[in-house]
Design a protein around this ligand. Structure first.
Ligand code: C2E
Ligand code: MG
Ligand code: MG
Ligand code: MG
Length: 289
């Protein structure tokens, strides 16, 4: 015990930890309050576009935090902090609630658009997650097949057995699963094959470089082929230029997401887009097409 305690104490007094502690605590305190406050946390939605025909296939929900004094805080600044504590579970529940409520609105408007929500590692270790997801789907009367959950490959590799159990139970509910930021982790092909996922999203860092850097081009091509060989839909994230769209189409990539097509936007703006261009899932042919 003594050695363990000493080791623990040593970690606490590491200069780096010490320097970041107050900031982390401030973020956490503010986040706890923000979760209670009305409207501070909200979602933006970014369309995912089919590369053959350029139509909306689905949307990704991305969390935004309008801090009362600091303005808009990007998710990269508070999600890692929340992940260090149990607050990420409450945050995730809130995100799912907002996403499913919005999806119900789109369903009622005649747009059965799949909505993707990001899950952090910590959530995949929570055995209660599948029940929570089922409860929220029922509450909002959204079919499980219209909810997509994105998990990073490093998340799953961390504690594979426990994650696999949670992923399998989510999959059994009928929820669709994606591997996010593909290429940044270390999954083997054998491992990927065992995951109950049906979509692979190539990390934007590789997409960004694919038209200028040979290694990135090779990685993107390899990821597309790997995904297809495993029967997965392949999405390229961070698609910013027409040259990327052309290259991805040539390589047979299925779906693109990025500033070239649309930035993440408020729900109202996405509703307008759905009303004018529709989705590939709509039964009615949209007006004007
Ligand atoms: P991600 O899941 O990989 O989401 C894609 C990120 O790339 C988003 O950043 C999006 O705005 C950005 N993006 C999309 N297209 C482009 C493009 O063409 N160029 C560039 N440069 N960026 C593009 P965002 O919204 O800042 O989110 C960052 C990360 O925060 C997400 O990465 C995800 O890991 C995490 N995140 C966001 N919302 C949630 C959430 O509700 N829960 C959890 N656990 N994580 C979230
Ligand atoms: Mg994502
Ligand atoms: Mg991603
Ligand atoms: Mg990413």
């Amino acid at each position: 015990y003594a050695a363990k305690e000493l080791k623990g104490a040593a970690v606490v007094f590491e200069p780096e930890e010490h320097a970041t502690a107050p900031n982390r605590l401030t973020v956490l305190g503010d986040l706890r309050r923000g979760l209670e406050a009305e409207g501070e946390l909200f979602l933006h939605y970014q369309p995912k576009i089919t590369l053959d025909g350029e139509r909306i296939e689905g949307v990704e929900a991305l969390l935004r935090w309008q801090h009362p004094t600091q303005g808009l805080v990007p998710p990269g600044d508070f999600i890692p902090v929340a992940e260090g504590t149990g607050i990420i579970l409450r945050l995730t529940e809130r995100v799912l609630q907002m996403a499913l409520a919005q999806q119900r609105t789109w369903l009622d408007a005649g747009h059965p658009v799949p909505v993707a929500v990001n899950l952090s590692t910590r959530c995949l270790l929570d055995a209660g997650l599948p029940d929570m997801v089922q409860r929220l789907l029922t509450e909002h009367r959204v079919p499980a097949s219209l909810l997509r959950l994105e998990v990073t490959e490093s998340a799953v590799m961390g504690d594979a057995a426990r994650c696999m159990d949670v992923l399998q139970r989510l999959h059994d509910l009928g929820v669709r699963l994606s591997i996010d930021d593909f290429g940044t982790g270390y999954s083997s092909m054998a491992y990927l094959r065992r995951l109950p996922v049906d979509e692979l999203k190539i990390d934007r860092s590789f997409v960004l470089g694919m038209c200028t850097t040979a290694q990135d081009a090779v990685l993107v091509r390899t990821a597309i082929d790997l995904g297809h060989n495993l029967g997965l839909t392949v999405v390229a994230e961070g698609v910013e230029g027409a040259e990327h769209v052309d290259a991805l189409r040539t390589l047979g990539c299925d779906i693109a997401q990025g500033y070239h097509f649309a930035r993440p936007m408020p729900a109202a703006q996405l509703s307008e887009l759905l009303a004018t261009v529709g989705t590939i899932h709509d039964t009615e042919v949209p007006a004007g097409s």
